[in-house]
Design a protein around this ligand. Structure first.
Ligand SMILES: NC(=O)c1ccc[n+]([C@@H]2O[C@H](COP(=O)([O-])OP(=O)(O)OC[C@H]3O[C@@H](n4cnc5c(N)ncnc54)[C@H](OP(=O)(O)O)[C@@H]3O)[C@@H](O)[C@H]2O)c1
Length: 328
């Protein structure tokens, strides 16, 4: 497992992390036993970065993480959580010191710690990026010791570029995968210049890039791949990376022809992300131990050739970019 410094912070993290949305909710039925097994498998494989949020299963994800880490003992991974989505309505005016502090206090309890390693604003409305008082509130929480650092999870490249103008921001979480290539154009250069940690989320385009989904795949009614396919509950870009389902399936078949022999498509998709030096950690979600193990193994795959990288870019340019490039 390869590791990187987490931007300006003292943390060192594995380049493959663990996305803990699946062990919270919104992915159909994932039992607590499977959730624990997935996280344990990831940690056993050397993963030292876990991404969660206060709203994943309304705290279920954070509580499972706390339990697993307590029962394992020993060195803790860096645990990043998020705040903001408990606001109802979810509006910029809600991103106040008082509200953020109450969300942080709840995450401290759920995670069973005195100080959060990292709290990320959870895809706030664009207006928040123009409210310095929100970032001052986070500075205040850091000074109080309740958080060790803060970052922002964003929808759009432009939001990422705006967020890193605030000097206290140490990390940006953004969708970056074979179906979302625009962050590499300008944002990655800026992030590297400022030593901002980059967390690449939705790396498998919600599972499409595992290559196992077909037109006949059934998703449960409480799986966002069923209930958010048109953005009914949250930004449509979080489901299949915003790529129309049939287009995604077609592109997956072209990508399948690029796989080196013996390489699983999920691992290939993760290795493709790690070809970007600006990426600090990729956070695939896993619903069981086997998926977590398969994902961790991507860290040790050989570099992809220039030919394969060019062919992957070509698939993106022809099939995917018209649907996503100008949107996020
Ligand atoms: N707004 C935000 O800040 C935000 C939004 C989205 C995600 N995230 C974070 O990013 C993480 C990752 O994104 P994501 O979970 O949305 O999507 P993802 O990582 O692109 O896809 C996860 C899905 O891919 C499939 N999968 C995973 N590993 C596999 C393997 N080795 N082999 C075959 N299939 C595999 C599973 O599908 P099946 O369930 O069908 O088996 C799994 O549920 C989340 O867990 C969360 O921590 C943050």
């Amino acid at each position: 497992m390869r590791t990187h410094a987490f931007g300006k912070t003292p943390f060192i993290v594995s380049d493959i992390g663990f996305g803990a949305w699946q062990i919270g909710g919104s992915w159909g039925d994932v039992s607590e036993a499977d959730g624990r097994a997935a996280l344990n498998a990831a940690l056993d494989a050397g993963i030292t970065f876990v991404d969660t949020a206060d709203v994943y299963g309304d705290g279920r994800s954070e509580k499972i993480i706390a339990d697993v880490l307590k029962s394992r003992g020993g060195t803790r991974p860096m645990v990043a959580t998020k705040a903001g989505r408990r606001l109802n309505p979810h509006v910029a005016e809600g991103y106040t010191r008082a509200n953020l502090e109450s969300f942080v206090d709840r995450s401290l309890t759920n995670l069973g710690v005195d100080s959060l390693d990292l709290v990320q604003l959870h895809c706030p409305p664009t207006e928040v990026f123009y409210r310095p008082e929100t970032f001052e509130a986070l500075d205040g929480l850091q000074q109080s010791g309740k958080i060790k650092g803060y970052g922002v999870s964003v929808e759009k490249v432009e939001e990422a570029l705006k967020a890193i103008e605030f000097p206290g921001v140490v990390s940006i979480q953004i969708i970056y995968n074979l179906f979302r290539q625009r962050p590499a154009d300008l944002f990655f250069q800026e992030a590297r210049r400022r030593n901002i940690a980059v967390i690449a989320r939705v790396p498998l385009a919600s599972g499409l890039l595992s290559g196992k989904i077909t037109g006949d795949t059934h998703f449960a009614s409480d799986d966002h791949r069923q209930f958010n396919r048109n953005g009914e509950a949250f930004d449509v870009g979080e489901t299949f990376a915003g790529v129309p389902f049939e287009v995604g399936l077609q592109a997956v078949e072209e990508i399948r022809t690029l796989l080196p022999e013996g390489t699983a498509m999920a691992a290939f998709a993760l290795r493709w992300i790690l070809m970007s030096e600006a990426v600090t950690v990729v956070i695939p979600g896993a619903r069981n131990a086997a998926q977590a193990q398969g994902n961790a193994a991507a860290s040790d795959l050989a570099s992809l050739s220039a030919e394969v990288m060019a062919a992957a870019r070509d698939v993106y340019t022809r099939l995917i970019a018209p649907h996503v490039h100008q949107r996020w």
